[in-house]
Design a protein around this ligand. Structure first.
Ligand SMILES: Cc1ncc(COP(=O)(O)O)c(C=O)c1O
Length: 356
């Protein structure tokens, strides 16, 4: 597919890399591809970053027909720009598209068009250790119509945002609140897809957890309210004795790409990793008996985030004395090593964006 390029006439000043936050600054250009029923995906273009015009009746605004992805471009020490398993993000996006009745997209076309955008924006990939360029591909339903049905028109867009190091002063274990009142997803719903609605419904619990000084919420299954699912924007792992356990993907948990990579790395190091149903009771019991060695979340934003404290109803559990455990640390070092091109990449996960 041909991509038309309209360069900006007013390039922005690059931000101070020491002061980058998350998702607040956007680059000079964005990618747009349109979809029209009967015509397919068409009119790919890279244009100056700017607000878009939407009809107030655009269906995404009323019925939440939206999907998105989140990934990063990393700057290696030698200047190369690297992506981490980008094909997995586009594969997952098509799974999300399917669940929301959005037409499938050619995954190769998504990757190639992202590479074109990154070539234009190459100078926006920051250089400081731990910084990266966050990539947000998304699709919105644009048909102007009030009436619940699948839209006949869509916009696929990619916007880019330079982001700061997640851990500025060493890795801080997080405090997690086990949510026993609200639920995020149920089997048969949309938990396995990356759709806006999943995040809208999670806000209430997040606000209440923040008010009590917890970083994130640990979701339990929506039916029995017993089994662990995932944390805000991370999948979770618990090391009980010598077994690393993570909830099985039964339809209500997002299949994280960091989760998948973590399982593959741990297994390659000889650890037993089990994907199964894991009740919060089992974790709290293991903690009480001194068998819970480490707990951590995995996701694109933080890579690996140790869990230092879990609060479930009235019981508080401190894990590994609020310290990052050796397995969590090794995973963090290995994943970030591959992502920033510092270490060998035995699985071929790095994808170099050839900019010249
Ligand atoms: C709900 C949820 N779970 C898990 C993850 C981790 O997924 P990944 O490792 O692909 O970033 C994310 C982040 O995208 C998320 O939003």
């Amino acid at each position: 597919m041909e991509i038309k390029f309209t360069p900006t006439t007013t390039p922005k000043a690059k931000p101070d890399e020491t002061k980058l936050g998350f998702g607040e600054i956007f680059t000079d250009h964005m990618l747009i591809i349109e979809y029209t029923k009967g015509k397919g995906w068409h009119d790919a273009r890279i244009v100056p970053y700017a607000p878009i015009a939407l009809d107030p009746a655009a269906m995404c605004l009323h019925y939440g027909q939206e999907v998105f992805e989140g990934m990063k471009a990393y700057r290696a020490e030698d200047g190369r720009i690297l992506l981490f398993r980008p094909q997995e993000n586009f594969k997952r996006m098509n799974v999300s598209n399917d669940r929301l009745c959005i037409p499938q997209m050619d995954e190769q076309m998504m990757l190639e068009s992202l590479v074109e955008l990154l070539k234009v924006e190459k100078d926006w990939v920051p250089h400081l250790p731990g910084t990266s360029l966050y990539i947000r591909p998304f699709v919105i339903a644009t048909e102007p119509k009030l009436g619940v049905k699948a839209s006949d028109t869509y916009l696929y867009m990619v916007i880019l945002s330079p982001v700061g190091a997640y851990y500025k002063e060493g890795i801080n274990p997080v405090k997690i609140y086990v949510e026993t009142n609200y639920v995020r997803a149920v089997r048969g719903g949309t938990g396995f897809a990356k759709v806006a609605g999943n995040y809208g419904v999670s806000l209430k619990a997040q606000v209440e957890a923040h008010e009590q000084n917890f970083t994130q919420v640990l979701w339990l299954d929506g039916v029995e309210r017993k089994y662990i699912e995932e944390v805000g924007t991370m999948n979770v792992f618990f090391m009980i004795d010598d077994e690393v356990i993570t909830p099985a993907l039964l339809g209500s948990v997002l299949p994280g790409i960091t989760r998948k990579s973590t399982i593959e790395l741990l297994r390659s190091w000889g650890y037993t990793v089990t994907e199964r149903k894991l009740s919060i009771q089992e974790v709290m019991d293991a903690a009480r008996n001194g068998r819970l060695k480490e707990a951590f979340g995995t996701g694109t934003a933080a890579v690996v985030s140790p869990i230092g404290e879990l609060k479930c109803e009235d019981e508080i559990t401190i894990i590994n004395d609020y310290q990052i455990g050796p397995v969590t640390q090794k995973l963090y070092d290995s994943l970030t090593g591959i992502q920033w091109g510092k270490t060998e990449d035995p699985f071929g996960w790095s994808y170099e964006v050839k900019v010249d």
